[in-house]
Design a protein around this ligand. Structure first.
Ligand SMILES: Cc1ncc(COP(=O)(O)O)c(C=O)c1O
Length: 421
């Protein structure tokens, strides 16, 4: 909590220390050890010249004069709780020291505003499926149909497809968007190779949705990504009590443009949610690692269960496969998402979901409580059956988000539910 470290932490500080200290200077709030909630819409400025400068910044005409020059003027544009939160989340993202974070009221709003900033009508955006169902819907329907942006879906696990699409659309390619590991197939996309293909053949940038791994288990900037995206609703929030999103851009100028488009189009997160997120970051590493420990045990339990046909979990990838190599290169652990097929069809998978007592039957992930759903009929309903099959999930596939409860209790819960089929 030292005064000098709240903005720029020493390089040697580990994630846990950064997550608990960066972003807040108690001496700006009368020594309060935890930050207050700035529940205000507007802010007074000392003089008209400073207000003019802040407006120039809000409209994206100029970046701040220095990192400390961040006086808020109006909460749609910024708020002290947003600034603290962005400083803290940014410093967890390794591989781009100068990056800047922008805070959004949801993960989808972060992706949408990024697209709105980078692409104009007729520009091309390539996205690598599989991605979260809501992102898929936005990129396949809303963005091309409402904004006139040319959206090209490719199988991002097939680098030939990525290369072909990048070369074909190089002239007006603005961005390639991938999610890895993907939701719900846990397919691994090689961030470095997609980054190289994008950068060597076009002026486009690579954006990576890192929601599944969180800043604790994967650092896309270290593998050539230009922008990292999070649904802050998941492990970053971690308690299933808010919706949030982040864009972290390694180019601070582009981050200001994105922030300026957010301010200019209106999606505004709340100071209270920012305060909750700031508090959640204190325990991010503990929660992510505990959930991962639980998931390892549950994945093994399911693998050995006679009523289970297939378990998709990174630790079980074929060690002679390219996917295993990508996993080893990119991820610090397998995470807490498990996808598995019980024996049977949709009916059996629903019988399991309807029998679970500890796992909640709910979408979302990364919370302290364990959740289960059927991606084919729930989160990914809008994805075509063909693409779902290509993304290796079936009508009976179940997706688990493992929380931080007792692992034995969770295994018992699955066991009693599997006994119903
Ligand atoms: C990987 C991933 N990205 C983005 C989103 C969208 O985030 P939000 O629900 O916060 O808008 C989700 C939501 O489930 C997700 O799983």
């Amino acid at each position: 909590m030292g005064k000098s470290n709240w903005k720029k932490p020493p390089k040697e500080w580990k994630a846990k220390t950064r997550a608990a200290h960066v972003g807040y200077d108690p001496f700006l709030s009368m020594g309060a050890v935890r930050p207050p909630i700035f529940a205000v819409s507007t802010f007074a400025t000392e003089d008209a010249e400073k207000l003019e400068h802040m407006f120039r910044r809000a409209y994206g005409f100029e970046p701040p004069l220095s990192p400390d020059d961040e006086w808020p003027i109006y909460t749609r544009v910024s708020n002290p709780n947003f600034i603290m939160l962005c400083d803290r989340i940014q410093c967890l993202e390794q591989g781009a020291e100068e990056s800047e974070a922008v805070y959004f009221p949801s993960g989808l709003s972060a992706i949408f505003t990024m697209v709105l900033t980078l692409c104009q009508p007729e520009d091309t955006l390539i996205f690598g499926y599989p991605v979260y169902g809501g992102t898929d819907h936005m990129l396949r329907h809303i963005v091309p149909e409402r904004m006139g942006i040319h959206v090209v879906p490719v199988d991002a696990t097939d680098l030939n497809q990525v290369e072909e699409a990048v070369k074909k659309h190089a002239d007006n390619l603005k961005a390639v968007f991938i999610e890895t590991p993907a939701n719900p197939s846990l397919a691994m996309v090689d961030i470095q190779k997609v980054a190289d293909l994008t950068h060597e053949n076009s002026d486009g940038i690579l954006a990576v949705d890192n929601t599944f791994m969180s800043p604790i288990l994967q650092h896309p900037f270290q593998h050539g990504a230009d922008i990292v995206i999070y649904s802050g609703t998941k492990s970053i929030g971690g308690h299933s009590d808010l919706i949030a999103g982040f864009v972290i851009d390694k180019d601070p100028k582009r981050a200001f443009q994105i922030q300026s488009i957010r301010s200019g189009t209106g999606p505004t997160p709340s100071a209270f949610d920012a305060w909750l997120l700031f508090r959640s970051l204190d325990t991010l590493e503990e929660r992510v690692l505990k959930a991962q420990d639980n998931a390892k045990k549950i994945a093994q339990f399911l693998k050995e269960h006679p009523k289970v046909e297939r378990v998709i979990y990174p630790d079980f990838y074929d060690q002679n496969s390219e996917e295993w190599d990508i996993y080893q290169k990119q991820c610090k652990g397998p995470g807490s998402m498990i996808t598995f097929d019980p024996k049977g069809e949709k009916k059996e998978s629903y019988a399991i979901l309807n029998s679970l007592k500890i796992f909640g039957l709910a979408v979302s992930l990364g919370g302290v409580e364990s959740l289960a759903e059927n991606p084919w009929f729930h989160t990914h309903m809008d994805v075509s059956d063909e693409d779902k099959r290509k993304s290796r999930f079936k009508p009976q596939t179940l997706r688990l988000s493992v929380g931080i409860e007792d692992a034995d209790d969770l295994c018992q819960d699955l066991d009693q539910a599997l006994s119903k089929i």
